[in-house]
Structure formats: C-alpha cells, structure tokens
Design a protein around this ligand. Structure first.
Ligand code: F6P
Ligand code: MN
Length: 341
C-alpha cells in the first residue's frame, strides 16, 4: 500500500492552504528527525548503556534519567542551526535556550518535554516526546528573545505533536487543521501516514487517573470517579474500565484512538499544586485533543485559554471525550454552587 510520507503531507498541505510557511515545515521535519534519533537511543536500552539515572535533578526537582538528558541534547542540537527558530524551552532546562549568534534566527519558538513518562524507560514501556510551536512576538526580531516571549496562551500554538516510542514508533501531529498519525518505517527511516484526520470516538467507558492520589481530589473529581466505579449499579448505568500507563503520551494516544477521558487534576488541598506542565504537556495535548473533536480543561477553565505566568507552570488536566470532560466541569460548577449557598 502506498502511503503519504510526512514530507509529502506537509508539502501538499502547504500548497492546499498556503498557510504552512516553509520555515514551519522545516521545523516539523527537524523535530521528527530528532525523534527518530531519540527512538534509536531508546531502542538500544541496556545495550546502549542509556538506562538509569544521572543523579542530577532538573528544574522541577525530579531525578534526571540519562535518556532525559540525551533526548534534550538531541532536540537542541537538531534545531539550533536550521534558521527556523528564535529560541527553545524544555522541561529539562531552567531557562530558555537562545539560538547562538553564529546561526541565523527564525520566527518560531519550540517547547518540548524530551522524554515524557520517563519512569517507564528502565522497564521497557512506552515513553514519548511532546512538542509545541509558538510564533515569537513580532517585536522580538532584532532583540534578544526572553522568557516572557514564551508566555502565550495555548490557543496561539501553530503546531503541536508527540512521538510515542512503543510497539511502533508514531508521530502524531497537528498544524491546526486536524490531527494526523504517522508510523516510522524503521527499515527506510520514513514517517508514513497511518491514520487521520483523527476523531475521538464518543462514548467509550474508559478513564485514566492515578487513583492513589484520591486524597487530593476535589469533590467534583471524587463524584465523577465514584459514579463510574459504581458501574452498572451507579448513576451511569454502565461499567467503566480504568487504564493508567504513567506516561501521558501513551494515555492520551489511547484516548485519541479509542475514546475516554484522562484526568490529572490539581491537588484540591493545595491551591497551586498540580503535576503536569502547562507549556510542555497540557497545551500541546489540549491542542491535539481539541483538533480531534475533544475538549481539555483544568476543571473549570479551557486549558488553551490559560495565560501562563511562568515557563514551568503546572496545571490540572482533564481531557478527552467532550461529553465526559463537560460532565466533570459541570460537577465542578455544581460543587461550587453548593459550597456558596
Ligand atoms: O511527565 C509527567 C508524567 O510522567 C506523565 O507522563 C504521566 O501522565 C504522569 O507524570 C504520571 O504520574 P504518576 O507518577 O503520578 O503516575
Ligand atoms: Mn512529561
């Protein structure tokens, strides 16, 4: 079967819409190429001596795995010299990475989580790379890009996607005109389209949540999960399944393909404590999910409408099947109204 390659897909998209600048196409090609290299390193596992931790901590206070650092370096190196970027930001780096003066600069900003779900690395389970692309503010050309330039709402993203390193190596991409899945043909090194435009199937009775955190849940989240756990005998009148891989990429990918809802709510007891990062995880995933007909919020506000106040800001995330996400939000509103009355 003849399949569309990523390169051809983007060239045709450029011709069709006229809205895909060559620089952006180069950016996506470069990220996709870096993901192939990351895939290669991950695939070697213990044989490549890439497993285990470094003993260092990242800006988030998390122990860095060797592969976190390797993947971060690969993404920086691949994207530095092409002239398509003004700067980069990564979950693994405290401050932004400006393009060195020896290289030309472009108009885009690239943000990434080099290895998502890294607790899975050493046990040979699925991990991924998440990326998000913003435009640098118009007044940034001719001056140094600052962290402030990155602090844009998720709705400003011009592209987002992830690679998933699992039984197959997949690239899932949106340029704002639908979501497409490409599978890496490992023999020839090309990304070939295998699905899309993706539409989240409605009505799949499945949710993904780390239930060990139930003490941190708000009354709305507790109600939503309890009702689903009650299954056939509860208010939903049907049995649900629970799935959790501890890799957001894998959990979100399953939801994109099969339906259901993913929840990593903020800690109800500590106002600002949440697990997932707005700019490297929540925003790109929310963009993909919305492009596939789903929705994404933090319990009360659409993720893509949140104005970030810091590069490493964390946020509660509820995303997937539009109706399920809306049910959680409605429970939140009801709980608020009860508390206020
Ligand atoms: O990047 C954060 C992350 O690893 C996500 O990929 C994943 O969804 C989540 O954390 C797993 O959290 P926990 O360790 O609570 O299961
Ligand atoms: Mn992550």
């Amino acid at each position: 079967m003849k399949r569309l390659t990523l390169t051809r897909f983007m060239i045709e998209e450029q011709r069709r819409s006229g809205a895909l600048p060559s620089e952006l196409r180069l950016l996506i090609e470069t990220v996709a190429r870096a993901c192939k290299t990351i895939n290669h390193a991950i695939g070697k596992g213990a044989l490549g001596e890439v497993l285990g931790s470094l003993g260092s901590e990242n800006v988030q206070g998390e122990v860095q795995k060797k592969l976190d650092v390797i993947a971060n370096e690969l993404l920086l190196e691949a994207n530095e010299w092409g002239g398509h970027l003004a700067a980069m930001a990564s979950e693994e780096m405290e401050t932004i990475h400006r393009i060195p003066n020896r290289y030309p600069k472009g108009e885009y900003l690239l943000l990434f989580d080099p290895i998502d779900g890294s607790s899975n690395i050493d046990v040979g389970l699925s991990v991924g790379t998440i990326f998000s692309v913003l435009r640098a503010p118009a007044d940034a050309s001719g001056r140094e890009v600052t962290e402030q330039d990155f602090l844009q709402r998720g709705s400003e993203q011009v592209a987002a996607g992830y690679a998933i390193y699992g039984p197959q190596t997949l690239l899932v991409l949106t340029l704002g005109t639908g979501v497409y899945e490409f599978t890496l043909d490992r023999e020839i090194g090309a990304w070939k389209m295998t699905d899309g435009p993706l539409k989240i199937p409605a009505g799949n009775c499945e949710f993904a949540i780390n239930s060990a955190r139930h003490k941190q849940w708000s009354p709305a989240i507790t109600r939503y999960i309890d009702e689903r756990l009650a299954g056939e005998d509860g208010p939903c009148g049907k049995d649900y399944n629970m799935r959790w891989t501890a890799s957001m990429v894998a959990d979100v990918h399953r939801i994109l393909k099969r339906g259901g809802v993913f929840l990593y709510p903020a800690d109800h007891r500590h106002a600002n404590k949440a697990r997932l990062r707005l700019m490297y995880e929540a925003n790109p995933m929310a963009f993909l999910i919305e492009q596939a007909g789903g929705s994404a919020n933090n319990g009360h506000e659409r993720i893509l409408d949140i104005l970030p106040t810091g590069l490493h800001e964390r946020v509660g995330v509820i995303l997937g099947d539009r109706e399920e996400v809306e049910t959680v939000a409605a429970y939140g509103r009801e709980a608020l109204a009860t508390a206020g009355s």
